[in-house]
Design a protein around this ligand. Structure first.
Ligand SMILES: [Zn+2]
Ligand SMILES: [Zn+2]
Length: 747
């Protein structure tokens, strides 16, 4: 028998199956779903066994070198890998690799152990020896005495450090055969020990109770449909999840709870640990590899039946899965931005389907795609329309920045916002100033009338290219020169927008020099623990103003924050992305959720040049349904998801003309293939065009966008993409192709 192995390599040459011999000592150990070390060319790589065959495809078959750990993927996880490989057009090896922690894949997984010493001789004999030893070896006698008192066994290090004992004395006792030394596994746990005093469970509201009952009653279904739990901020979604988890555990099953990486704060995980104790394992990228591996093993052994984690926790080795919760399902951090470019929400739905488990997607602002599915019967819709407790949603005030300009105010702060900031500062209350993370993509806007340049075909914002001094659509490559006067009002105040957090922080410090200001964005939180540090300092009152990106909008409770300012809603509204409207609405809702988390009433000020845009107008009153109706009409008209599936193909490389030539050749090949196959009718090709971020780290980037009729099977789509990439191999080693199915970011 020979093993069929796939390897975790994205390059074209390695996408297939490879046959390896099984050495005698590993016979019976290697199973479908095992991770193995194999010779590959001149290297050794981690591979995964996907099957067995009697007839190898080459004459000289090499042997598997070793087994990497004793994990064997279940049939269900193998099926999930196959789905990912097909749906996201990646290699099977890349997909399977996701199911293992990095330390296992790299062969660096190590179990941490501790030395334990115990008495190797009868107690009476040892007691007798102490008297003899006392004169010749007083330290050994002392060590032995301590062990007899506190024993029968203890960590070697503790005995060594005990008063009167030394490491030499303990070593001597072991050498003489008086003590026995063994190794015991120690778990590196990321969760601090939680006191066992269980808080009394809150009484459920009637709405929460209804949601819990509906979900619990579907736990015993053979193929339950996913739920979409649409609950306003602070409506008590987490309590709903916990009650359902209790029912899941009572059935002897397990649960996975996904939360966006950024809201995986200690508060969040402690909440689950307080309720479920040692049954909870935590998995996210801020753990050390050792902690991650140990938590993963606790799950694999069934010692922890609840996994709380970020995106990749969807692959946790949970047996007997009963429930998957995806909290804040609209969050774009669920999308992995490197291959395989999967979306954890969609993988969650597929894993739940394969495991016959219940999937619950929760959000205050569901993604348009999910809400569409809920309205069309694919998901079941549950609603929590009220906040728990007496707190009111804060009032939202929209400031028209065009009027500010007319009044002669050219600063980034409107009069209303700067007055409100001063007012809170004198009252000793806190302020959050909010900015869009993606301030770096530059758009062009008229400050007098608020008109922004958009593509006439694709209805996305045009992107400013300084080098050519033009504005371009990066979906279809439409371009025009930068206008010198506004085409709408003839005004001369055309501005390029794209200010970052650092710049705003500087402006705040200038305008409110006596305030204590801090900043939270990807730059200031790169270091491990930095995020938590800023949060706790701000919470403690060390700062008056927090300037930040999306990061501050999520899952944080600051009771003393009574003012939230959105400095420029336009940076979000004018993203060169069809989701710009949706992102803006989500942003306003989340930001508002940060103010008024206590009895003090909260206030939100949104500055914009487009106060009449539906995302802002409806965001002001938290009218999700109204927003959805507007947005779905736009999507339908532009044939954007859910009315199409998008596939973004990005070609990048050092030489601009080579990148462009290759992108053109891919488009040609795609057109020919689509024309020749009947089942591919209904695929539209946009581009090639330069990406909105046309140059990143010295690499030129061009993109091709496919709009695919949702009735076309993912299988046919995958065959088309993989077929084209095989038929048109990259012309040189430095030209790379990325395929992104259901892209979250189109920059
Ligand atoms: Zn204008
Ligand atoms: Zn266009």
């Amino acid at each position: 028998m020979y093993a069929e192995v796939v390897v975790d390599v994205p390059s074209e040459s390695a996408k297939g199956l490879f046959h390896y011999g099984i050495p005698a000592e590993l016979e019976g150990e290697i199973k479908v779903g095992s991770a193995v070390l194999v010779p590959f060319g001149r290297r050794e790589l981690t591979g995964y066994v996907v099957g067995f065959t009697e007839t190898p495809d080459v004459a000289r078959v090499k042997d598997i070198r070793a087994l990497r750990g004793d994990t064997v993927l279940s049939e269900q996880m193998m099926a999930l890998s196959a789905w990912i490989s097909e749906y996201y057009s990646c290699s099977l090896g890349e997909a399977i690799a996701q199911m293992f922690p990095a330390s296992v894949r790299r062969g660096r997984a190590k179990v941490k152990t501790e030395s334990i010493v115990e008495l190797a001789i009868p107690r009476e004999k040892a007691e007798a020896m102490i008297d003899v030893m006392e004169k010749k070896a007083p330290r050994q006698a002392q060590a032995l005495k301590i062990l007899l008192e506190k024993g029968p066994k203890m960590p070697r290090r503790r005995l060594t450090n005990a008063p009167g004992s030394t490491s030499g004395a303990v070593r001597a006792l072991i050498q003489k055969g008086i003590l026995n030394e063994t190794q015991k596994e120690v778990l590196r746990s990321p969760i601090k020990a939680i006191s066992n005093t269980r808080k009394p469970m809150p009484v459920l509201t009637r709405e929460q109770d209804k949601a819990v009952t509906a979900i619990v009653s579907s736990l015993d279904n053979v193929s339950p449909a996913p739920f979409l739990l649409h609950g306003v901020t602070a409506s008590g979604k987490t309590e709903v999840y916990m009650r359902v988890i209790e029912a899941v555990l009572a059935r002897g099953k397990s649960a996975i709870v996904l939360v966006p990486e950024i809201s995986l704060t200690p508060q969040m995980t402690e909440g689950f640990s307080e309720r479920f104790g040692q049954d909870v394992a935590v998995l996210h990228s801020r753990l050390s590899p050792g902690e991650r591996y140990d938590e993963w093993r606790r799950v694999e052994r069934g010692d922890a039946r609840i996994v709380v984690g970020a995106r990749s926790a969807i692959f946790a080795p949970v047996e007997n899965l009963g429930l998957i919760v995806v909290d804040e399902e609209h969050e774009n951090s669920y999308k992995q931005e490197e291959s395989p470019r999967y979306h954890a929400r969609d993988v969650a739905c597929e894993r739940a389907r394969i495991s016959k488990a219940v999937c619950v997607l929760g959000s205050a602002t569901p993604s348009v795609e999910s809400y569409y599915k809920a309205l069309h019967g694919e998901y079941r819709l549950l609603e929590l329309p009220h906040r728990v407790g007496m707190w009111e949603m804060p009032t939202v005030e929209v400031v028209d920045m065009r009027e500010e300009l007319a009044k002669g105010n050219r600063s980034i702060f409107s009069q209303a916002l700067s007055e409100a900031i001063s007012d809170r500062l004198t009252r000793g209350e806190q302020i959050i100033l909010f900015l869009n993370r993606r301030g770096y993509s530059t758009f062009v806007l008229c400050r007098e009338c608020g008109y922004s340049m958009r593509c006439p075909e694709c209805d996305v914002a045009l992107t400013y290219h300084a080098a050519e001094s033009n504005i371009r659509c990066h979906y279809c490559d439409y371009e025009e020169p930068v206008p010198s006067v506004c085409p709408n009002c003839g005004g001369r105040y055309i501005r390029y927008f794209g200010a970052g957090t650092q710049k705003i922080e500087g402006e705040v410090k200038r305008a409110f020099s006596h305030a204590r200001t801090c900043r939270m964005d990807t730059d200031t939180t790169r270091r491990k623990g930095a995020h938590e540090e800023i949060v706790s300092k701000f919470k403690r009152g060390d700062y008056d103003i927090l300037v930040g990106t999306q990061m501050v909008a999520k899952g944080l409770d600051f009771p003393n924050v009574t003012l939230v300012g959105v400095v420029s809603a336009d940076t979000c509204l004018n993203l060169p992305d069809y989701k710009a409207g949706e992102r803006t609405f989500q942003l306003l809702t989340q930001v508002a959720g940060r103010a008024g988390r206590s009895k003090k009433s909260g206030h939100v000020i949104v500055q914009t040049y487009s106060p009449e845009h539906y995302a802002i107008e409806l965001g002001k009153t938290y009218d999700y349904r109204g927003f959805y109706d507007e947005e779905i009409a736009c999507r339908s008209e532009g044939l954007y998801p859910p009315f199409s599936r998008l596939v973004l193909i990005v070609v990048s490389g050092k030489g601009l003309s080579a990148v462009e030539r290759y992108a053109i050749s891919l488009v040609r090949a795609l057109r020919a293939q689509i024309k020749s196959e009947k089942q591919l009718k209904g695929i539209r090709i946009l581009g090639p065009a330069p990406c909105a971020l046309a140059r990143v780290k010295g690499m030129h980037r061009w993109q091709i966008l496919l709009k695919i009729d949702p009735r076309i099977k993912p299988h046919d789509q995958d065959k088309l993409i993989k077929g084209i990439l095989e038929a048109c191999p990259s012309p040189s080693y430095d030209i790379m192709v990325q395929v992104d199915v259901d892209p979250e970011s189109m920059l």
